[in-house]
Design a protein around this ligand. Structure first.
Ligand code: ADP
Ligand code: MG
Length: 444
């Protein structure tokens, strides 16, 4: 079951709010409907957030992000549509029950920290637990532990004013963690921080997330931040969600011109990973085949080296044309002794393209992308890497069984492999085996 689910959510501000819903349902945009004297802030938002996921809501100021998140935690009642936290549907809960659900399930982290100025760091971190009337000893223990998680041990007795911005936001984060809820809602939580501090906080959040497995809905107007931390991103424009996808999906396949324009300046190398740019290996021989077969594959692909895989498609290494030709001349039947593991530089599918260049610099053959068991998933010729870095707009994703990509493909020594796709198929077949937050209340 999803941790958070929104089903056709609408929030329209104004007296005639409900009159606007049918119009919006018919596809009229926010601007049109404003003539009724209403402000449509969120229009037809449907999505689900899985447990342990970081779901980013991304959009320019005024696109409806804060309104959306306030409906998720019950601070705002939707004009239409439903919100579910796990199996609990928020609509129709009594005020008392809503408070309990909120306290037990959700913590908020705000842009301007919302710390209580006259309370110590420890008291601030323990605040949500105080509201819940937990015994003092337990409050203190949990607050201390949470402060430790965000690197603030030793600061317990200081006042917020004695802290830097980054540290204050760590207190905000500690307060949310101390509450022990499974869901964190973060509204522009890092937006007020300096870029370097902000990066640190992003890293810390990712690290905490991998350890604690919280479900996080993270709001930002900064695309780089969204791409850096989001497992998936919902792109909002004028109240509507125009696309939901991973950062790679949004970069590679923007849903419309708006999204395309939005992402055009993104540093792709810091978002795209090896698996997004890898191509189908063409010059590939099996370890069991002999030198003659290896030579044939290289000749067909007009390349000077080939990758060698075993029956399970695990990468053994690469063979070079010279050595193979010599072995053929000597009438040898096996590739034994000719396969060099050093020639094949391997990377994991999740390595960022930006980091691939370091590997690629000294590699004579394409980079081999392998899984944990060293199975060959794809290859990345240097020219592909350079294309990905230079211009991602026309970069088509190539999957391991995408034969159409073979025309762009290069073989181990970097030469063109034209008609190799269908040849490779036969090998594959035999082996067929991927705001204004300063005034916001502290959420109890
Ligand atoms: N309480 C409110 N009353 C009237 N309009 C509001 C209210 N809250 C937000 N809005 C309007 O709803 C739209 C979306 O606002 P908001 O959700 O704060 O966007 P974001 O968080 O993306 O900047 C804006 O046009 C804003 O002016
Ligand atoms: Mg906002």
């Amino acid at each position: 079951m999803s941790a958070v689910r929104a089903d056709k959510l609408y929030k329209v501000f104004g007296r005639r709010a409900s009159d606007a819903i049918p119009l919006l349902e018919q596809g009229r945009d926010a601007q049109d409907v404003r003539k009724l004297g209403v402000t449509p802030a969120v229009i037809d938002a449907s999505f689900h957030v899985e447990e342990g996921e970081i779901f980013v809501v991304m959009g320019l100021s005024g696109s409806g992000k804060s309104t959306l998140i306030r409906m998720l935690n019950g601070l705002l009642t939707p004009t239409s549509g439903r919100v579910y936290l796990g199996e609990v549907e928020l609509n129709g809960l009594s005020a008392k029950r809503m408070r309990t659900v909120r306290q037990e399930k959700i913590s908020m982290v705000f842009q301007h920290f919302a710390l209580l100025p006259h309370r110590t760091v420890l008291e601030n971190a323990a605040y949500a637990l105080e509201i819940r009337q937990l015994p003092k000893g337990e409050r203190v223990d949990r607050a201390r532990e949470a402060l430790g998680m965000v690197g603030l041990e030793g600061w317990e007795d200081h006042l917020p004013t004695q802290l830097s911005g980054g540290m204050r936001q760590r207190v905000g984060l500690a307060r949310a963690l101390a509450a022990g809820t499974d869901i964190l809602l973060m509204d522009e939580a890092f937006s007020a921080l300096d870029p370097l501090i902000r990066r640190e906080m992003q890293d810390q959040l990712l690290e905490l997330q991998s350890r604690l497995g919280k479900t996080i809905v993270f709001i930002t107007h900064d695309l780089n931040e969204a791409m850096r931390i989001g497992d998936r991103i919902a792109m909002m424009r004028d109240g509507r969600i125009v696309q939901i996808g991973t950062s790679e999906e949004i970069l590679q396949d923007p849903a419309n011109d708006y999204v395309a324009q939005f992402v055009q300046d993104v540093d792709r190398s810091r978002v795209l990973t090896a698996s997004a740019v890898m191509e189908k290996p063409v010059a590939l021989v099996r370890a069991q085949s002999g030198p003659r077969q290896a030579l044939r594959v290289m000749r067909e692909n007009q390349v000077g080296a080939a990758f060698v895989v075993d029956r399970e498609r695990r990468l053994v290494g690469a063979v070079r044309d010279g050595a193979v030709a010599e072995a053929t001349r000597q009438g040898r039947e096996s590739l034994n002794g000719l396969v060099s593991a050093d020639d094949a530089v391997t990377v994991g599918p999740d390595v960022l393209v930006a980091d691939l260049l370091t590997y690629s610099a000294e590699a004579a053959v394409p980079l081999a992308v392998v899984d944990d068991e060293r199975r060959l998933l794809g290859v990345i010729p240097r020219v592909t890497l350079l294309a990905a870095l230079g211009n991602g707009h026309h970069l088509e994703p190539a999957t391991a069984d995408d034969t159409t990509s073979s025309s762009r493909q290069e073989s181990p020594d970097g030469a063109k492999g034209h008609e190799s796709a269908h040849r490779q198929e036969s090998l594959d077949d035999t082996q067929s085996e991927t705001d204004n937050a300063g005034t916001e209340e502290v959420t109890p």
